[in-house]
Structure formats: C-alpha cells, structure tokens
Ligand binder design. Sequence first.
Ligand code: AMP
Length: 143
Amino acid sequence: HALHSDPNCVFCKIVAGAIPALRVFEDADVLAFLDVGPLSEGHALAIPKEHFPTLEDMPADRFALVASRLPRIADAVRRAVGAQGCNLLLNVGREAGQEVPHLHWHIIPRVAGDKLGYRWNASTYPPGRGEEVRQAVKDALEA
Ligand code: AMP
C-alpha cells in the first residue's frame, strides 16, 4: 500500500530521494541515515518511511516495526566507529526537543571519556505524590 507522506516534511523528502542523505540502512519500512549535525561520529537517525509526526500519531505496530530494526542498526553504527556504547534517544514533542515532526530515533555513539554528558537533574516525590501519579497513569491507560 502507499505509505502516507507529507510533501513538506524534510525526512519524507529524504525517504523520497528528493534531498540527499548518507543512508546507512534501508528496507521496505525503515530508513536510517547519518545526522547532518552529529553529536558524535556515526550519529544516525532511524525513521519509519511513513510519516508520523510524533508518538501519539503512530500505531503500536508501526512503532514496533522501527524498533525491531534498532538492535542491528545501532550495533553496526557503534562497531563502525569503535564506540563502546550508544544512547538511543526518542524526542517526543517540541518540549522534549523534537524539532523535526517525523518521528525519529537518534543513535548516538558514546566513547569512554567523551564530552557529551548525559545526566539530567533528578528530583524526588514528596510523600504520597508517587502514589497519586501512579493512579493518574493507570486512569490514563484505561481512558
Ligand atoms: P530532533 O531535535 O530530535 O527533532 O532532531 C532532529 C535532527 O535531525 C537533528 O539532530 C538534525 O541535525 C537532524 N537533521 C535535520 N535535517 C536533516 C537532514 N536533512 N539530514 C540529516 N539530518 C538532519
């Protein structure tokens, strides 16, 4: 079937071959290519070929399709650049840093001693608040 595509979307244009990208993996449903603004050598993006702006637009089976390719792609990227690890990052929504509204996984190779950093500032729940939040999530799952 014809995959849904957005003519104004930069990643859809890459899928269509209308703008260039350094492709590292491709099959019928998934494309991975090097990020033009790499955080480290090998930084790649893995996307569904079909246009889904963000997570809430995406059926679970389409999400799983992309996720199922990640172990192989991420391991190849990591080994290709001699990295020990990688961050697999999904920015969902503008507030979370998503700038391109075509859902994409970042594959960011990490080497010992690199200067990328990672730690976010963790907080704690005041007494009782964790239980309230848990209930709110359970209610949302039922809604
Ligand atoms: P995000 O902020 O999570 O939406 O990430 C968007 C990423 O897409 C950034 O890391 C950009 O460097 C990358 N990017 C934007 N346009 C292109 C492009 N034409 N080719 C490759 N990577 C791109």
